[in-house]
Ligand binder design. Structure first.
Ligand SMILES: *Cc1c(COP(=O)(O)O)cnc(C)c1O
Length: 320
């Protein structure tokens, strides 16, 4: 698996490149293609034969995992959580999940653990050996598995640098569960290079909690692979919490403007929940810290179906 790294136009003070993970060649791409792949392999390694997944109705991970299970003939059950005042609207990802034939079980955000347990039991009673992607019913214990995806992808970044004969100074990316950032950090620690990996928080999740989840991902990965983790590594975990604009899924005109501008200047689709918000956050950070003469890589983590959700919303709000 590989995606392309391209240079962006119209950036003056720095050179900005973008790694097009949105163009990975399965199920409309995105970081979840690599992550779904490692979960699937882990399921096979553990000799399980049914997949239990969890997410919201517009989840990119659930789209890709559903599609992957469907294409491999593996039973997939999705626990779909709902917040209190959420819009009930069907999204593009909801449709794709349905198309894959995934069985959907709805539950409240406060009832996830019970629902996971009940579904695991139900699948066992059906004679299946189910695999829950997040480990135990509280969602712990499998952090290092997802991290492996981007520890590997880091090699592709290193190869690009070797080809160019220089190194990036920064990598920016949207950080949600932290799996992608954990993985990149694992790659970075193994290579012992100088890059700073900047996770832009896109949700209102507590920063300390997010930090400790990333740490767990890194430590679990090193434990599972038997690699040595240097002490004091935590100092290199950078999380920016200034650009969340109120929390997950919330955005304003600044993000919209950034999305339109990137489309116009570079022909790149960004969505307002992850990549658009993070790209805007990166630009703000560069301005605030007056970063100059640097080589910067933005990891385009995908979410193309969300880009089309956004496009439709623009259409609906258009008074023309
Ligand atoms: C899931 C997702 C992220 C966040 O990745 P994590 O590994 O959960 O931090 C970012 N962008 C897109 C498009 C995603 O689907």
């Amino acid at each position: 698996m590989a995606s392309e790294i391209q240079k962006l136009r119209s950036e003056k003070k720095n050179e900005i490149y973008i790694m097009r993970e949105d163009l990975l060649s399965f199920s409309m791409g995105g970081n979840k293609v690599r992550i779904a792949e490692v979960f699937f392999q882990d399921m096979q390694k553990k000799k399980c034969d049914a997949m239990l997944i969890y997410g919201e109705k517009h989840s990119n991970l659930c789209r890709v995992l559903s599609n992957l299970c469907c294409s491999k003939g593996i039973l997939c059950v999705m626990i779909c959580s709902h917040g209190e005042n959420e819009e009930e609207k069907v999204t593009n990802n909801t449709r794709f999940i349905e198309w894959s034939g995934t069985e959907i079980v709805h539950c409240k955000k406060t009832e996830i653990a019970e629902t996971v347990e009940a579904q695991m039991n139900r699948l066992k009673e059906m004679g299946k050996k189910p695999y829950y992607i997040y480990g135990d019913k509280t969602g712990r214990g499998n952090e290092g598995t997802a991290a492996a995806a981007y520890a590997e992808a880091y090699e592709e970044i290193r190869e690009f640098e070797k080809k160019m004969g220089w190194e990036f100074d920064y990598i920016f990316l949207p950080s949600g569960t932290g799996a992608t950032q954990s993985g990149l950090l694992c790659g970075h620690f193994q290579e012992e290079d100088k890059k700073k990996i900047m996770g832009i928080m896109i949700s209102s999740r507590e920063k300390e909690r997010m930090f400790s989840i990333i740490q767990e991902g890194i430590e679990d990965y090193h434990k599972k692979t038997g690699k040595i983790l240097k002490s004091g590594y935590e100092k290199e975990i950078f999380l920016l919490d200034k650009y969340r604009i109120g929390g997950y899924g919330l955005y304003d005109e600044r993000v919209k403007e950034c999305i339109r501008r990137q489309y116009r200047t570079n022909g790149i689709p960004l969505d307002p929940i992850y990549t658009g918000k993070a790209f805007w956050g990166m630009e703000e950070y560069i301005k605030e810290k007056n970063i100059k003469n640097s080589r910067i890589l933005f990891l385009h983590t995908g979410g193309t179906p969300l880009f089309y959700d956004f496009l439709q919303k623009e259409e609906e709000s258009c008074k023309c």
